[in-house]
Design a protein around this ligand. Structure first.
Ligand code: 5GP
Length: 185
């Protein structure tokens, strides 16, 4: 039986990685889709686990050969979800979560209207900037790029099915659990 596809987006630094990790700990029947990116791995990131790290040429080849369900450029790098990977996971009856940007999420929705789009929002923009800087993994230029994206992301979030405010980790995880439960019922 085909399961629903859940797409989770949110601005950089909103803590969506932590929310999703906690959700997956509590809901091991869900799996996280592995995206392709042209971004360089951050310290500790492993190819084939966190992302499939592709060269710009390989990524372009995938675009040219229509291999992506969606792809988007984000803060100077490209990110995409392989069609075949998702089709295979869904046909195996897996519960799958895509953690992708809002542009990609809306592309998924237009191709797969049954997909459930969840936006994780920060309690405030100030909290978001503090979290982003606290990571210490990005240059100032990269941080500025990401903050510029935030405004656009918040606008696109208006077209999402659900908005979850990450003011408290456990509460946010619980809310996503309820959304998913309802959608899969
Ligand atoms: P990061 O560089 O911090 O890992 O990710 C930057 C942004 O790219 C995040 O908003 C993340 O959700 C998004 N992203 C990751 N994978 C994909 C993907 O496959 N497609 C799209 N459209 N965005 C992605």
């Amino acid at each position: 039986m085909n399961k629903k596809l859940f797409v989770i987006s949110g601005p950089s630094g909103v803590g969506k990685g932590t929310v999703i990790k906690e959700f997956l700990n509590k809901n091991p029947q869900f799996m996280l889709s592995i995206s392709c990116t042209t971004r360089k791995p951050r310290e500790g990131e492993i190819d084939g686990v966190n992302y499939f790290f592709l060269t710009k040429e390989d990524f372009q080849n995938c675009i040219d050969n229509d291999k992506f369900l969606e792809w988007a450029e984000f803060a100077g790098n490209r990110y995409g979800t392989k069609k075949k990977y998702i089709e295979q996971c869904l046909s195996e009856g897996k519960n799958i979560i895509l953690e992708i940007d809002t542009k990609g999420a809306l592309q998924v929705k237009s191709k797969m209207p049954d997909a459930v789009l969840i936006f994780i929002a920060p309690p405030s923009l100030k909290t978001l900037e503090e979290r982003l800087r606290g990571r210490h993994t990005e240059s100032e230029e990269a941080i500025q790029n990401r903050l510029n994206e935030v405004k656009k992301e918040l606008e696109r979030a208006e077209n999402f099915d659900f908005k979850v405010i990450n003011d408290d980790l456990n509460r946010a995880v619980k809310e996503i659990g309820l959304i998913v439960e309802k959608a899969n019922a």
